[in-house]
Ligand binder design. Structure first.
Ligand SMILES: CC(C)(COP(=O)(O)OP(=O)(O)OC[C@H]1O[C@@H](n2cnc3c(N)ncnc32)[C@H](O)[C@@H]1OP(=O)(O)O)[C@@H](O)C(=O)NCCC(=O)NCCS
Length: 200
């Protein structure tokens, strides 16, 4: 595998809805200082979560991975400590990215943040040369399947009993044509149209 190249940033921002008041959501690279917060969301999101150590190992460059976070800065506190509300990571091999993780903090779900993160992540992978993105999803995770299918992922393959912890089948989904300018334009327009209202 070749190491992922730091690609151009397509956009660092996901819009908050006007009624959300001042503040911002930013899409940025994950750093080691982010790992504890990410691991807490991971723990709340997956039956067999990555540990903090696994994230640290990936960030140290053991594998060609690209990890991203979304921070919510409510414009009241210290910008540097703006909490992480979602994250995603993929491994890149030539023009194929494999989305290893994507999760929204439970308090922020169903507010379109996941979509903002997914589209930002697809565009980031494109910026690093990816033309397709694959992922594995549990047969029972119908929420995630709807989420991916809504954005053009299609079923490639089913692996029976793929997940050892529950015995569930694993589905491989794929998004293709990322290198096409029209696809990128569509993703950028859709991303620009997402406006999120924070919880509470
Ligand atoms: C999957 C996940 C990332 C979606 O994040 P989110 O921020 O809640 O998603 P969004 O609000 O952007 O929803 C986008 C679309 O996903 C689908 N979706 C999201 N949550 C859903 C739910 N509870 N029920 C049904 N569909 C849902 C819908 O199609 C939704 O669009 P709609 O609101 O127009 O119907 C989030 O549920 C999560 O973190 N789950 C735990 C981790 C996980 O399973 N990750 C994927 C592993 S493969």
């Amino acid at each position: 595998m070749s190491r992922a190249r730091p690609g151009p940033r397509h956009s660092g921002r996901i819009e908050l809805a006007p009624e959300a008041g001042p503040g911002s959501l930013t899409f940025e690279s994950m750093t080691p200082a982010d790992v504890d917060d990410v691991a807490a969301i991971e723990e709340a999101s997956f039956p067999t979560p990555y540990t903090a150590r696994m994230f640290h190992d990936d960030l140290r460059g053991g594998q060609p991975a690209c990890w991203w976070v979304i921070r919510h800065d409510d414009a009241r506190g210290d910008r540097g400590r703006a909490p992480i509300v979602a994250y995603a990571g993929y491994y890149l091999r030539r023009d194929r990215a494999h989305l290893a993780k994507i999760a929204t903090h439970p308090a922020w779900r169903r507010r379109r943040l996941g979509e903002g993160l997914l589209l930002s992540t697809l565009l980031a992978a494109r910026g690093q040369g990816a033309d397709s993105v694959t992922l594995e999803v549990r047969d029972g995770n119908t929420t995630a399947q709807r989420f991916y299918v809504k954005w053009g992922f299609v079923l490639l393959r089913r692996f029976e009993g793929y997940y050892e912890d529950t015995g569930e089948d694993g589905l491989i989904l794929a998004f293709t044509g990322l290198a096409d300018r029209r696809t990128a334009g569509w993703l950028e327009r859709e991303l620009a149209g997402i406006a999120i209202v924070p919880p509470g």
